[in-house]
Design a binder for this molecule. Structure first.
Ligand code: CP
Length: 326
């Protein structure tokens, strides 16, 4: 167990060592148990978290806000458009000023080629820890909750368990590439056999593919890429199919929509689920495009763990806040 996490930022999944992530998970399981027993756990009494959102959210906002209240503190919801950021407040100024008002600064900024840099700039200027509520590169709290969920369903030793991280077609909006990127780099640190599936145009950042490869070697799992969704699903213990944008191929929305239309058959349905192991679990960070990305029969079916996964956002985030902001 690591005890030196006070004041630390949590921006990229691998900013924390595997041992530090294991500490966060230990604390998250403990906090979940305490909430189940209705035991008080006000570790952040009088502490205040700023939640600065540049994008919409259902789960992230709700779970951070509820989590801070349950820890005895308060979370201030700050919608960027209601601030002076568009009138000139810089990342450095946000870090300097909010770092003095607040005990932690959580930010969601997913603009392509900008979000992660913005968080790092705020963090460099802030005396309080900066927490990544999703950027253009990473979604580390989602993946911490996902790890917790997989451990609950499959046991804590995840070595050689196969996870299919797959692209899926969606029509609603261009979804960031942060979830699959965070998944491949974090799950490979826990020795899983990670198979990434996507059509050729939906590549992820090369340095993160390399990181996943290096992790597989170091932690005794494997990492491979396929352009065949069925192949990824075959004999998987965990399937995690979701849509993301072809941002590394084109940033033109019209062109991206044309490319996506070629792959409308990348849907998770009962036939595909049957390729995975009988006890495989279906995961999705949500929101999902129902009956486009995944059929109702799968997302509402017996193998789906999406609501436990969403619940674990609360416990995982409380753990990181308690460790970094106390
Ligand atoms: N999974 C997730 O981050 O959900 P929200 O976008 O609703 O916060």
């Amino acid at each position: 167990m690591q005890t030196n996490l006070r004041g630390r930022d949590f921006i990229g999944d691998t900013d924390w060592t595997r041992e530090e992530i294991e500490t966060a998970l230990d604390v998250a399981f403990d906090l979940k148990r305490m909430r189940a027993l209705n035991l008080p756990h006000a570790y952040l009494r009088d502490k205040v978290l700023a939640m600065l959102f540049f994008f919409t959210s259902t789960r992230t906002r709700g779970s951070f806000e509820a989590g801070m209240a349950q820890l005895g503190g308060h979370a201030a919801f700050i919608e960027s458009q209601t601030t002076q950021i568009s009138h000139g407040d810089t990342a450095k100024e946000i870090g300097e000023i909010y770092g003095r008002y607040f005990d932690g600064i959580a930010i969601r900024q997913c603009d392509w080629n900008f979000g992660n840099k913005y968080l790092r700039e705020v963090a460099a200027a802030s005396r309080s820890p900066v927490l990544n509520m999703q950027c253009d590169v990473y979604h580390p709290f989602q993946i911490l909750a996902d790890l917790m969920t997989i451990m609950e369903k499959k046991g804590k030793d995840l070595r050689r368990k196969k996870i299919a991280v797959s692209w899926a077609y969606a029509a609603s909006y261009v979804k960031p590439i942060s979830v699959p990127q965070s998944l491949i780099i974090q799950m490979s640190r826990f020795g899983m056999d990670v198979v990434l599936a996507h059509p050729p145009e939906y590549k992820l950042m090369p340095h993160l593919l390399q990181e996943a490869q290096d992790n597989a070697k170091r932690y005794g799992g494997s990492f491979s890429i396929t352009h065949d969704m069925d192949e990824a699903f075959t004999d998987a213990d965990v399937v995690y199919p979701k849509s993301w944008g072809c941002l590394l191929t084109t940033e033109d929305g019209k062109q991206a929509a044309e490319i996506a239309k070629k792959y409308t058959n990348w849907i998770t349905d009962d036939r595909r689920m049957a390729l995975a192991k009988d006890d495989a679990i279906y995961m999705h960070c949500l929101p999902a495009d129902r009956n486009i990305e995944v059929t109702d029969s799968v997302i509402d079916g017996p193998q789906s763990v999406v609501y436990d996964e969403a619940e674990n956002r609360l416990h995982a985030q409380k753990a990181i806040m308690a460790l970094t902001m106390s």
